[in-house]
Design a protein around this ligand. Structure first.
Ligand code: FAD
Length: 450
């Protein structure tokens, strides 16, 4: 298997030292695939997407096996910030409308809001207790000049049919519990809520087992080849023959599984720290008291929220290497940026810090559909760092389609992503893009605590 990052990123023998892994009981252990097996549908990857595909199929009576290199939720799904929110393309709505037209952009916006509702429905239907937070998501202007652009984007989104967001001036942030020395106003949208992403992922796995899905952990697929009108998937311990195969490996994908994927995706690191619990006085001292999930308007954005246990979660992108030394440097950077944005909490030690891989595509839009030229092969990936809701919805829609329902995803998600230019140089391209983003964002300086 050819992959883009250092082996540390894919070491399935270790769970990340995340707040999420530390706050769930040890998950059920699924047996690896051993010997020769058959299924109607084989799914590669037991993240939110793969599990949603499998559930939709099993509930329609199909026989489904999921092969997971590590264990359900081990990938990005069990490491995320837990924002079940709109998003999932790296283009804003004006750019989407220019490229795909208004109709497709409207359909994509509808999909995104329906995707958040799909997470809510999954929590209810499978009785998953995943620490659901309050509704709403704020985007905070990182400098005064950023607010008009945020307001304009919110207006464009509303014109295209999305739920209306409220524009908050800087002096209105405190009342909303969203104040900070480096926030200069923002927009507060009503759609989205936070959850414990590993509880959600494990809940989907439990539901999938109950629906009859065969889940196999410690079963990395090492080869995928056409076989007798279907597909043969090979793992170190066995092989699985299936009429259909679904690739749901997102940021953890191998370049050659299948070869069609080569150069079409760019995995990128996202990193999170969680502090010790903050006292109510500490929360008040910073002015950022709301449980609303939030992010800032930087290109290299920060995302953050209070957890129900009182701890604070703070994440950012920008890491370039999964090697241990680089990860240690990245952890220090996340901390510096956290203290710059939330100086009143500089004394709140980091309890845990971890990272994982998200997935960008060469078209900057997500994909869920048939792999061209490969009958029976399907894929769903490219959530651009926002996969909890779209992975749920697109996975379920794709599962239904494989079971015989009509395709029901926005047209722009059905277009196979383009390859990146100069695919061998993708990591260099990313480093240059980050350098450009940092320049555009301006230097992040630490503010006085009060
Ligand atoms: C630090 C971080 C913070 C994030 N925060 C958020 C957030 O707040 N909100 C949000 O919506 N999104 C967030 N994301 C992104 C989100 O987690 C992902 O978009 C989403 O979880 C993708 O789900 P998935 O099922 O498609 O892929 P994953 O969850 O990554 O699952 C892919 C699985 O495929 C398996 N796999 C790979 N290759 C093979 C193989 N050959 N054989 C068998 N199995 C294989 C992997 O082991 C992995 O478990 C974050 C991601 C990270 C890393």
């Amino acid at each position: 298997m050819r992959r883009l990052y250092e082996p540390d990123a894919y070491d399935a023998s270790r769970w990340p030292d995340s707040h999420w892994a530390a706050t769930v009981p040890p998950p059920a252990a699924d047996a690896p695939l051993v010997g020769a097996a058959r299924a109607e549908v084989a799914v590669i990857g037991a993240g939110i997407t793969g599990l949603s595909v499998a559930l939709a199929l099993a509930e329609r009576g199909a026989s489904v096996a999921v092969l997971e290199a590590a264990a359900p939720g081990w990938g990005a799904s069990g490491r995320a910030g837990g924002f079940a929110c709109v998003g999932s393309a790296a283009l804003d709505e004006a750019a989407l409308a220019r490229r795909f037209g208004e109709g497709e952009t409207r359909a994509f916006l509808r999909f995104q809001e329906a995707a958040v509702a799909a997470v809510e429905a999954a929590l209810d239907r499978y009785r998953i207790a995943a620490d659901r937070g309050p509704d709403g998501e704020a985007c905070l202007a990182h400098r005064p000049g950023a607010l008009p652009a945020l307001a304009e984007r919110a207006a464009i989104r509303a014109r295209l049919g999305a739920a209306r967001a409220r524009v908050l001036r800087r002096d209105e942030l405190a009342e909303a519990g969203l104040a900070g020395p480096q926030f200069h106003g923002g927009v507060l949208g009503p759609v989205g809520f936070a959850l414990h992403p590993l509880k959600y992922s494990l809940g989907l796995a439990t539901a999938a087992r109950a629906a009859g899905v065969r889940l196999h952990a410690a079963s990395p697929v090492t080869a995928l080849a056409p076989d007798g009108g279907g597909w043969r998937l090979t793992t170190p311990g066995g092989s699985l023959q299936a009429r259909h195969a679904v690739v749901a490996t997102n940021g953890y994908a191998a370049e050659d599984l299948p070869d069609w994927l080569a150069g079409r995706t760019l995995p990128a690191l996202s990193s999170i720290l969680v502090t010790r619990p903050l006292t109510p006085a500490e929360r008040a001292a910073q002015g950022f008291t709301a449980a609303t999930m939030a992010y800032d308007s930087r290109r290299l954005l920060h995302y953050f929220r209070h957890l129900p246990c009182g701890r604070f979660l703070f994440g950012t992108r920008g890491g370039l290497s999964a090697a241990a030394a680089a990860q240690a440097r990245m952890a220090a950077r996340v901390r510096t940026e956290f203290e710059a944005l939330f100086p009143a909490w500089a004394g709140a030690a980091t309890e845990r810090v971890w990272s994982g891989l998200v997935c960008l595509t060469g078209s900057l839009t997500p994909f869920a559909g048939p792999v061209p030229g490969a009958p029976g092969l399907w894929a769903a990936f490219g959530w651009h760092g926002n996969g909890i809701a779209p992975g749920t919805r697109a996975g379920a829609r794709l599962g239904a389609e494989i079971a015989g329902d009509a395709p029901a995803l926005p047209g722009l998600m059905r277009r196979p992503p383009a390859c990146f230019p100069l695919p061998r140089l993708r990591r260099l391209l990313l480093a240059l893009a980050y350098a450009g983003a940092r320049l555009a964002d301006g230097r992040l300086r630490r503010s006085p605590a009060r």
